[in-house]
Design a protein around this ligand. Sequence first.
Ligand SMILES: O=C(O)CC1=CCC(=O)O1
Length: 93
Amino acid sequence: MLFAVRMDVDLPLDLDAQFRDELLATEKAYSQKLQRAGKWVHLWRVVGEYSNLSVFDVADNGELHELLWNLPLFKYMKVTVTPLAQHPSAVAG
Ligand SMILES: O=C(O)CC1=CCC(=O)O1
């Protein structure tokens, strides 16, 4: 099942710099592991915003919830999930 997921990041300005750097490095490693596993199939920056637009390919709602819940940045993000279905006019996919 495919899901479009928008993540809007909102890190507190007074977050300890070392903690922030470690958090971002952990988030990067987590996302790259899921990308290599074929679960996180697109990761795009939204131009001009500290947000990304992603596509996940997972078995079901429960798997997506688990992956998102475990994002190191989860408590600092607003996450919006949109389930995707095949479009009848799509030539690929
Ligand atoms: O910077 C972001 O959009 C948040 C994020 C998701 C995966 C990652 O490495 O950073």
